[in-house]
Design a protein around this ligand. Sequence first.
Ligand code: HXC
Length: 257
Amino acid sequence: MAYETIIVETRDAVGLIRLDRPKALNALSRQLIADLNHALDGFEADDAIGAIVLTGSDKAFAAGADITEMQRLSYVDIFMHDFVAEWERLSRVRKPVIAAVAGFALGGGCELALMCDLVFAADTAKFGQPEITLGLIPGSGGTQRLTRAVGKAKAMDMVLTGRLIDAAEAERIGLVSRVVPAAELVETAVAAAAKIAGLSRPAVLMAKEAVSRSFETPLSDGIRTERRLFHSLFATEDAHEGMAAFLEKRPPAFQNR
Ligand code: HXC
């Protein structure tokens, strides 16, 4: 399907979404979020897809919410339409999502990356929550997911001063999983997504659910969730196949059941 603000393709079992508003550094307009959500719904429903990569351009993953659109909105507009609620679709995707970030990931762009399960950064990447410089604050989880990812000291620094951090600092503080040369970014992310897509789908979804749960619960509840999910994987053929394949020194043939 052709979209106005994104480019969608598949690479075998990987769904690839490129944000594509080059003139506005991929600023996240209402249309872009609607397009993104539609593409995510499609990949979620498609059994042939096992993992998703979300990327932008060399210059920008996304420079934030579209300031031209936001500047026109009144409080009543933004409240009545529950602005930003639709951005949360990404955080509810069950399949793993890798953000492949080159250039700017600012404001809502940084927040979108934080909703992904893995963040791979090009060495050109710059992350920041500069909303404070506009007289705003992060509105799509930046004060919450960022703080859980990097801790109070760095989150306060980014949120209160609007300072941008480079890829090396982002990796050091735990905001990104891997830093790679810019020219290899998308191919590295697609390769990791392909690796995940080739594993047992029930195990992958439960692994994601278990780790994600740790952000929502006390430790004892999280451990209990993990144990229940771990136990339940013994009801899958894939787990028995995976263990048998190891013992028989052969590659596993997962059937996603
Ligand atoms: C609308 C934007 C934009 C944005 C860039 N552009 N960011 N338009 N919304 N967020 C537009 C510029 O107006 C310009 O359009 C074109 O993209 C190129 O940008 P330049 O500024 O000329 O590029 P450069 O000098 O390279 O600077 C890059 C930059 C800067 C540092 C990323 O563009 C910038 O500071 N952008 C805003 C970043 C920001 O404040 N993000 C947070 C937004 S608030 P023209 O037409 O002039 O060529 C937010 C809240 C989220 O995200 C809360 C949840 C919804």
